[in-house]
Design a protein around this ligand. Structure first.
Ligand SMILES: Cc1ncc(COP(=O)(O)O)c(C=O)c1O
Length: 498
């Protein structure tokens, strides 16, 4: 018979074989090289603590060993023994909800067989093949693989050299960075997860933009953190309603999330507006999670300002990554930049981030190996051509849809998205944006994401990365769809009759 016993102690770490009945094998974690790089060696904060939670004497806390033995089972144990299988999903998994999936999976998306499908819904710039990454980016990755140097585990916060490269790339006069201020993550998504988990306890609340990227809520709610939505104002190019923002703050507010440039709005905040947001955070002593994954992806007519460069006191965790600007979302490389010149986060938050990074032992090492070269060798023309394309497609889409009765597109200034308001009163056949976009698929085979997925009903979001001819075709079909279903209000039709 074999069963599991729990031990406190100084074993040699977690076993690969620990749960298969072979007993304690030789492959402790330190042997596998995970634990070779302690934080102080890599300069996270100068304090010495282990990246992987070891204390030098082996694994701290409880370890699990699987042993075989022939021991009589007591009557009490037999009575307590489960009589049947009852394997249940965890509360955390049940509380993990992706609103986009929930909404899209609930829609009846049957395209018109006469028309090829055009999906304007997917925020992945690689899907149509028209926006390849730069050759130098691919070469950096090939070189990293060929070097055979990046097949092992890195420190969970990332290789020192790769973190140094990110720090150098993003350092600014007003917001200097060193390697110790950078944590590499598996995509910007994990950066956001680490930041929320480091700053918030169950029962706390965070302030999240509305409309906004749905992952913030997904991550927060799954760990018992409440989400409060602050309004963005379409009539003011999606600026934050500062009064509303401030009215939401209470003594359990532990983080303000600012997403600039924005998904789903494509908006880019001015320096002045960012300063106003900082003033609110400063007044209430709330740290900011700045989601700047679209940083620098702004149209030539405007400028991107990182929040950290404008902050004099508010501590900021700036989250970013390779996904969008370098057009490689599948490579899953992201980072947190810790901006804390006044030492408000101190060592506690840094240590929290380091500890949390150990949960999955860090970001993909091959991409880490390529990172320095990617950041330093991608030519400006590559970014400019991507941005030029996004701007031109946005202009085509905006020009087309702003002349469609019943629709109100909002011209973006960056990122890869454009929001379109639907005057629902002119489309009485449809209950809401979900209904509207569902029928758009049925009749015209064009799929746009209903903005209910971003907590913002009666809008839909268009992704502008599709090839230009598809964008033109899709807009034409949206026009046809609206013309068919648009109904003037009775007052308007009376006016027309006179
Ligand atoms: C605003 C925003 N933040 C974060 C992410 C996640 O980025 P990553 O793919 O690097 O995890 C996305 C992805 O679409 C996004 O739109």
């Amino acid at each position: 018979m074999s069963y599991v016993i729990r031990m406190n102690g100084n074993s040699n770490g977690i076993q690969k074989d620990a749960l298969n009945g072979k007993g304690i094998g030789r492959n402790g974690i330190s042997e596998n090289g995970i634990d070779r790089n302690c934080v102080s060696k890599n300069g996270v904060n100068g304090n010495s603590f282990s990246v992987n939670g070891f204390d030098g004497n082996g694994f701290k806390g409880i370890s699990v060993h699987h042993v075989s033995a022939r021991v009589p089972v007591s009557a009490a144990k037999l009575k307590a023994r489960r009589q049947r299988w009852n394997v249940r999903a965890s509360e955390m998994s049940k509380n993990t909800l992706n609103p986009i999936r929930a909404i899209v999976d609930g829609m009846k998306l049957t395209p018109n067989p006469e028309k090829p499908m055009i999906a304007l819904s997917i925020g992945d710039p690689t899907v149509f093949g028209n926006l390849p990454t730069d050759d130098s980016v691919l070469q950096a990755m090939k070189d990293a693989i060929d070097s055979h140097k990046f097949n092992g585990y890195a420190p969970s916060v990332g290789y020192l050299q790769s973190r140094e490269a990110v720090a150098n790339f993003y350092s600014q006069a007003g917001a200097p960075l060193e390697a110790k201020d950078v944590i590499l993550t598996s995509g910007c998504s994990q950066a956001i997860e680490l930041a929320i988990s480091a700053l918030c306890n169950p029962g706390d609340n965070i302030l999240v933009p509305c409309p906004g990227f749905s992952l913030y809520k997904t991550l927060a709610v799954s760990v018992g953190v409440q989400v409060k939505f602050y309004n963005l104002l379409p009539e003011k190019s999606w600026e934050v309603d500062l009064q509303h923002l401030e009215s939401l703050i209470d003594d359990r507010t532990t983080c303000l999330i600012v997403n600039n440039p924005s998904n789903p709005c494509g908006s880019v905040f001015t320096k002045e507006h960012l300063r106003n947001i900082l003033a609110v955070a400063s007044r209430h002593c709330i740290p900011i999670l700045a989601d700047e994954i679209y940083g620098d992806m702004v149209f030539p007519s405007c400028e991107f300002h990182s929040l950290a460069n404008l902050s004099s006191d508010v501590p900021i965790l700036s989250c970013g990554g390779l996904a969008k600007r370098w057009l490689v979302p599948g490579w899953r490389m992201g980072w947190i930049l810790i901006h804390d010149r006044n030492n408000i986060f101190g060592s506690e938050i840094r240590e929290a981030l380091v500890k949390l990074s150990q949960r999955i032992l860090g970001a993909c090492t091959v991409v880490q190996g390529a990172l320095e070269s990617i950041l330093n060798n991608t030519q400006a023309e590559f970014y400019q051509s991507t941005i030029g394309f996004l701007k031109s497609n946005s202009e085509i889409c905006f020009a087309e849809l702003s002349t469609v009765p019943g629709l109100n597109p909002v011209m973006p200034s960056g990122a890869m998205y454009l929001m379109v308001g639907i005057e629902m009163e002119h489309f009485p056949e449809f209950q809401n944006d979900v209904d509207f976009t569902e029928r758009l698929v049925t009749e015209q085979s064009v799929f746009c994401l209903p903005a209910t997925a971003f907590e913002y009903p009666n809008f839909f979001r268009i992704v502008v990365t599709v090839p230009e001819e598809m964008m033109v075709e899709a807009c034409g079909r949206i026009r046809e769809f609206c013309a068919r279903h648009y109904r003037p209000l009775s007052q308007e039709s009376n006016d027309l009759d006179q």
